[in-house]
Design a protein around this ligand. Structure first.
Ligand code: SAM
Length: 290
């Protein structure tokens, strides 16, 4: 087994080991008793809650931003951390040839099932790979590498360096690295904890509990039904890293990219910009710089 394979297996084990039992999840699960089910917000078991709450559930708004920046006739496009294909399927609808890379084995299985049920003209243009976006070697190059909002937040600093290096190795000449990033404020020095009730697209009410751990630059989320009698009482959790767009742009510069555009956009119909589409291209090494 190569180091890359080993790393994928280790990361996969970590993901498949299950959801984070946040302190708040412990409290609500204790009162739900036997009705309580703990899952990860991004895993298959959490997908019902994820789809109910995510604003751009069918990826329309985010897809439009990527499509505006992907070169015409891009050739093969690589999507990293593809999840269950919220963006991959709209990308396929645009006629692109996609490779979708995702770490979690259960999510990959769900993605493959969805793909198997889709029309052959889409299915034939999609390759699904289980792998780690911070260490991958696919043996081919792409006209664009894309990563959706929230996905880079899965990686710590060392893994982000691995991601940037792997992307550089997979771009064709003229290729672009496109990232959609959440517009977040710099993390406050003091821990912050708050709860709010949200309405899902289905009309169901959910409680979102967020705890920010500044020293670890982490956000812990716990989501559960507002209806205390719900059965099953599904509690979704996730721990994600927090960083600003400036920081990612700086890291891309240090990794050998030129950030050529930062386009704010709204991921909801409400119109307030809450995301940024970042376009980066490999920096040309001039004779002087060698
Ligand atoms: N792109 C999808 C979407 O927009 O709905 C999923 C985004 S979700 C925020 C992040 C995804 O990254 C999850 O499906 C998770 O399993 C996956 N993931 C986490 N760490 C990863 C890694 N190191 N390599 C590849 N995928 C990873």
């Amino acid at each position: 087994m190569t180091n890359v394979d080993l790393e994928v297996v280790l990361m996969t084990d970590q993901l498949e080991r299950g959801p984070a039992r946040t302190a708040h999840a412990g409290v609500v699960l204790a009162s739900a008793g036997d009705r309580g089910v703990l899952c990860d917000f991004y895993d298959e078991a959490g997908s019902d809650t994820y789809r109910d709450l995510i604003q751009d559930a069918d990826g329309t708004l985010e897809t439009r931003e990527f499509a505006a920046r992907v070169p015409q006739d891009p050739g093969p496009v690589l999507e990293l951390a593809a999840g269950m294909g919220r963006l991959t399927f709209p990308f396929l609808e645009l006629g692109w040839e996609m490779t979708a890379l995702e770490l979690s084995a259960t999510v990959v299985t769900a993605f493959r099932k969805r793909l198997a049920e889709s029309p052959p003209e889409l299915r034939e243009r999609c390759t699904v790979v289980q792998g780690d976006m911070s260490a991958f070697a696919l043996g081919r190059r792409f006209g664009a590498v894309v990563i959706s909002s929230g996905s880079i937040n899965e990686l710590g600093e060392a893994d982000r360096k691995g991601l940037y290096a792997a992307v550089l190795e997979h771009l064709r000449p003229g290729g672009k690295f496109l990232l959609s990033l959440e517009l977040t404020k710099p993390v406050e020095a003091e821990p912050v904890e708050r709860s709010q009730e949200l309405s899902g697209r289905s009309g169901r009410r959910h409680v979102l509990h967020v705890k920010i751990l500044p020293s670890e630059e982490l956000q812990e989320i716990t989501i559960y039904p507002a209806d205390e009698t719900a059965d099953p009482f599904v509690v979704c959790t996730h721990r994600r890293r927090l960083f600003t767009v400036d920081r990612i742009a700086r890291e891309l510069g240090q990794a050998g990219f030129d950030v050529v555009a930062r386009e704010p956009f709204a991921s909801t119909g409400a119109g307030r910009d809450d995301m940024v589409l970042v376009e980066a291209i490999p920096r040309e090494v001039t004779a002087d710089a060698k």
